[in-house]
Ligand binder design. Structure first.
Ligand code: HEM
Length: 501
């Protein structure tokens, strides 16, 4: 019955059927019959609609778009995506908040995820970054502890300022990101008015197999726009899905959001002489020393037709790099290389890379077989072992990365904050952010947001937590420490006395 675009209602097995509203009963007033398997199918499928939400970044929005090369960077990388000015590559971008659940409000104070999937001819490249160039911690071993403090208290099941500031005050490397988060950049006006960053240091390898270190930046062409703390709080009640609605509306009306992609490049020689660990994600590379180099333009131009199929089932992994782009020894990045595919196997299953939004539209040739929800041809009748005499699938040695030079030191548990010079400096860059990058308005809002948040600290450790955190603020900038202390009605002379004992 396919008339006027109408389709016959069917079971999941494709059998047309008609009784979608009434169950089969023994007489008009009698019990329901087991035979009505369609009733069972309907209820059973509904019961299984939910999949595990992402353990972090659960609330998000996504769109397809295009990346276009505008400048030649082939002297740094042989990645085919960059090999011609004007070349266009399809992308999928998912934005997100971090700490909230799937139904949480879009205007929560939080970093925003900026996860990009480039569908390149050499495989899908995932750049899974945030709207900030730095992060709270610098070792993956601390990630689960950190995230526990951002989620819910195990007893009250409420968010807890005490846990949050306890952790930050005990991990001073968080200060840089804390200042960004507590500024109005922690409550961006939707997803279109913020920058994106790869955040970590990655590497680029050129056609001569020479490696440089690289950081990725995506500068919003819509201009930076943020909510104030009060505006964000009001919007949580008015429209918890503000950012999703804003993105969909903009794209549907043809107002395609755009970002300019830029990179910073550091040679190995420069890395050796850099005053900080260049692979420390709590620090930035000064733009004066490592200027931004323009690469291309990213445009979002298509809202996926189905949110669950595409946005919810999208899976990004820092492990997914491509020829010409490599990792770096950043401890956080190294941890993330392992963590994400593991998370996807749990959330979406072992064959998550066959889900259309995640599937490489070009070739995938390997010897992985079977597993739950294998929905492609499963390698057909080709040999499922290697080596084999057919030789159809062979490693192509032209894709080999150059080896990474190491410093020859022993493997050990090196203190992330006390290894080499600069590792213990958690204050220089936050101080410059406060005094140089921010203006009076930014500083005023930052301090009022910090005071608002720290006022929620409670419990027996309250004074210690506040004192410890104030010390970090003071070490970044005296004025910052003093104004936060004043805002919290803290008598600094008392604290100084305690500290000296
Ligand atoms: C070692 C530290 C980290 C670990 C172990 C970690 C782990 C995870 C996990 C397990 C997920 C959920 C993945 C899923 O179920 O799809 C996730 C999502 C995400 N993470 Fe991280 N993360 C870390 C640090 C970071 C950093 C430093 C950034 C940004 C610079 C970041 C950005 C993101 C983004 C954007 C998402 C959401 C991706 C999406 O939209 O699907 N993470 N992370």
């Amino acid at each position: 019955m396919e008339q006027n675009n109408k389709k016959a209602l069917t079971t999941a097995a494709g059998r047309p059927y008609v009784e979608h509203e009434n169950s089969m009963t023994a007489g008009p007033r009698g019990p329901v019959l087991l035979e009505d398997y369609i009733l069972h199918e309907k209820m059973a499928h509904f019961n299984r609609e939910r999949i595990p939400e992402r353990v972090v970044h659960a609330k998000g929005s996504g769109a397809f778009g295009t990346f276009k090369v505008t400048h030649d960077i082939s002297k740094y990388t042989k990645a085919k995506i960059f090999n011609q000015i004007g070349k266009e590559t399809k992308v999928f971008l998912r934005f997100s908040t971090v700490g909230g659940e799937m139904g949480s409000a879009d205007t929560e104070r939080d970093p925003r995820g900026f996860a990009l999937k480039f569908y390149t001819e050499d495989g899908n490249w995932d750049l899974v970054g945030n709207n900030t160039p730095v992060f709270f911690i610098k070792d993956a071993k601390k990630f689960s502890d950190f995230i526990h403090t951002q989620k819910r208290d195990p007893r009250t099941h409420c968010k807890s300022a005490t846990m949050v500031w306890d952790f930050w005050s005990l991990n001073p490397e968080s200060l840089h990101q804390v200042l960004i988060l507590m500024s109005d950049r922690g409550t961006p006006y939707g997803y279109r008015h913020m920058h994106g960053f790869g955040s970590h240091t990655f590497s680029m390898i050129n056609a001569n197999n020479e490696r440089v270190w690289v950081k990725f930046h995506f500068k919003t062409q819509q201009g930076i726009k943020n909510f104030t703390n009060d505006e964000a709080t009001v919007m949580k009640g008015k429209d918890p899905d503000f950012a999703q609605r804003d993105l969909v509306k903009a794209i549907d009306s043809g107002n395609f959001p755009k970002w300019t992609m830029k990179i910073q490049i550091m040679t190995n020689e420069q890395a050796k002489n850099f005053p900080f660990n260049p692979f420390d994600v709590t620090k930035t590379w000064p733009h004066a020393d490592f200027p931004l180099i323009e690469v291309g333009e990213l445009e979002l131009n298509q809202v996926p037709k189905n949110y669950f199929a595409t946005v919810e089932q999208s899976a990004f992994a820092p492990a997914h790099i491509i020829d010409g782009i490599g990792f770096s020894p950043d401890r956080m990045l190294q941890g993330r290389i392992l963590s994400y595919p593991d998370a996807h196997r749990h959330r979406l299953g072992v064959n998550y890379q066959q889900i259309p939004v995640n599937a490489c539209p070009y070739a995938t040739n390997n010897f992985h077989r079977d597993g739950f929800m294998r929905v492609d041809d499963n390698g057909n009748d080709h040999p499922n072992y290697y080596p084999n005499s057919s030789g159809i699938i062979e490693p192509d040695m032209s894709y080999k990365e150059p080896g990474l030079e190491l410093d020859g030191q022993a493997a050990d548990w090196y203190d992330r904050n006390a290894g080499l010079p600069g590792d213990e400096d958690h204050y220089t860059q936050p101080g410059l952010l406060f005094t140089k990058a921010m203006n009076d308005y930014d500083r005023h809002n930052l301090i009022s947001n910090i005071v608002d948040s720290m006022s929620g600290i409670e419990g027996p450790q309250k004074d210690n937590i506040i004192a410890r955190q104030l010390c970090h603020f003071f070490r970044a900038d005296q004025n910052l420490g003093m104004t936060v202390a004043q805002g919290l009605n803290i008598d600094m002379t008392e604290i100084m006395k305690k500290m000296s004992h």
